[in-house]
Design a protein around this ligand. Structure first.
Ligand code: SAM
Length: 463
């Protein structure tokens, strides 16, 4: 997608977008690389790469982009093709997301005959979501939970692909569109780019609207965390670019009423369009961002293929003894350490009770559930236990954060592959680099000093 040939230039995308009624509000003039009066497509190397920038100062709450319903790629709009809709009727058991996956591949197969062709040529050629991770990348995650979530994501993608295979054969897809690689590409496109629409839980692909990069909700974890504990939910979604989970919709609505942070985009019946509003004040040249929802780094990696260096919503789960779980009724998902190192409300409460002799638990339970300490001794015991457990987890990891940072810096700063290998020879965790080279058949490639580390290679090594 980042290749820009004659058909694939950003200008041609924007020209097509404006022809089909996509507009950034009061625009009358059309500038190169710009939609007009509010936004332009720019490159933001440290926060998402290609994204949308402000071409003038924007006020919070201002309408900045409108994408008419007719421009959205949805299952309904693709199904206007009778060949496709008849085939879909013959395979009724697929989920709405599987169907949208098939619709996307179907449109890709039409090449220039697709009415979304100018949009499709701008989609990324590859993604880094967990379902695409191989054995090396999975192991490099190091943390049990992350490895388990990766295995689950890969299995889910494979089983959904197998289930949809008969339909795709029925539709006479070209061989390259029948592969797992093609399926997982479409799946990643949908996972990382669809926007919520009320009439289809699979969402829609929204040309230009899907160029906004992600801004994490800026709430302090202490505000939001306690509420999340109460809701016993690991993620609250706003429904924009959402990996929507129906069980959290009510929770999200509850949060919505308490916070201004969930208001930056949505489908509006009155306008018959997807409308986007500035979620903050932006100065000319700033990147304009969209909040896709509240995610931990593992969830961002799973659904969107990136992580944030600073994520106020990140969580770490540490190993707990079974007796901790059974000491309270808090769900396992609510027992974690916040990004800032503080234990969650529920974890603290569970540990306070667990560290209290069984016979006394009933009498102190009301203190614990109101967030109070039981005694100085109890508090000192659990803090020491937490510190010891966290140190144990870090010590048992194959590499430290400092090692990982050194490796990333070596990748970023080495001019070529050979220099990178020379630099890594001095590193204490050389084994991991060797395994990576072996897995990717690069062990003997040092003689070819022109191999530059590709983005995929960098990512594969980036835990
Ligand atoms: C909806 S698209 C945004 C536009 C995208 N940058 C593009 O060029 O098409 C979402 C994808 O952008 C990237 N992205 C968005 N926000 C990011 C951020 N804050 N940091 C790094 N990557 C980000 C991720 O690859 C994500 O899957």
């Amino acid at each position: 997608m980042e290749e820009e040939d004659e058909d694939g230039s950003v200008e041609s995308l924007l020209r097509w977008a404006s022809q089909i009624g996509i507009s950034d509000a009061s625009t009358t003039t059309h500038h190169s690389l710009s939609l007009g009066s509010s936004l332009s497509v720019s490159h933001f190397p440290h926060s998402g790469g290609r994204g949308l920038g402000a071409v003038r100062d924007l006020r919070m709450g201002e309408l900045i982009l409108r994408v008419p319903k007719s421009a959205l790629m949805t299952t309904d709009s693709v199904m206007q093709d009778t060949n496709l809709s008849q085939a879909l009727n013959r395979h009724p058991s697929l989920s709405s997301t599987q169907i949208l996956n098939v619709c996307l591949l179907y449109e890709v197969g039409k090449v220039k005959a697709s009415r979304w062709y100018p949009y499709l040529v701008h989609l990324p050629k590859s993604y880094d979501i967990l379902a695409m991770f191989g054995e090396f990348e999975k192991t490099a995650l190091q943390v049990d939970e992350a490895i388990w979530v990766t295995e689950k994501a890969v299995l889910k993608a494979k089983s959904e692909w197998k289930q949809a295979h008969a339909l795709m054969e029925d539709l006479k897809f070209k061989p390259q569109l029948l592969t797992f690689k093609a399926w997982v590409w479409a799946s990643a496109t949908i996972s990382s780019r669809t926007l919520h629409i009320p009439w289809d839980s699979a969402g829609c692909l929204c040309p230009v609207g899907d160029l906004f990069n992600y801004d994490a909700p800026g709430k302090e974890p202490s505000d939001i965390g306690d509420l999340e504990d109460l809701l016993s939910s690991s993620s609250i979604h706003d429904g924009s670019l959402s990996n929507e989970d129906n069980t959290t919709v009510a929770d999200a609505e509850q949060l919505d009423s308490q916070s201004q942070r969930l208001t930056d985009g949505g489908f509006e019946d009155d306008a018959n369009a997807y409308c986007f509003y500035a979620r903050a004040n932006y100065n000319k040249g700033d990147q304009v961002l969209l909040c896709y929802g509240t995610y931990t780094n593992l969830e961002l990696l799973e659904h969107y293929g990136f992580i944030l260096q600073e994520n106020p919503n990140d969580k770490v789960f540490i190993p707990l003894e079974p007796a901790v779980y059974s000491s309270t009724s808090w769900s396992r998902e609510s027992l974690y350490i916040h990004y800032n190192g503080k234990p969650s409300f529920a974890l603290l409460a569970a540990l306070r009770l667990w560290a209290t002799p069984q016979i006394k638990r009933r009498s102190v339970a009301h203190f614990v559930y109101s967030g109070s300490k039981i005694s100085a001794d109890n508090e000192i015991f659990i803090m020491k236990w937490l510190s010891k457990t966290c140190h144990g987890v870090l010590k048992n990891s194959p590499t430290s954060i400092e090692d990982d940072t050194l490796l990333l810096n070596a990748m970023d700063n080495s001019q070529d592959f050979c220099t990178f290998l020379e630099v890594t020879k001095l590193m204490s965790f050389r084994d991991e680099v060797d395994t990576f080279l072996e897995v990717h058949n690069m062990k003997d490639k040092c003689s070819d000093s022109n191999i530059v580390l590709s983005r995929k290679t960098r990512w594969s090594m980036n835990k």
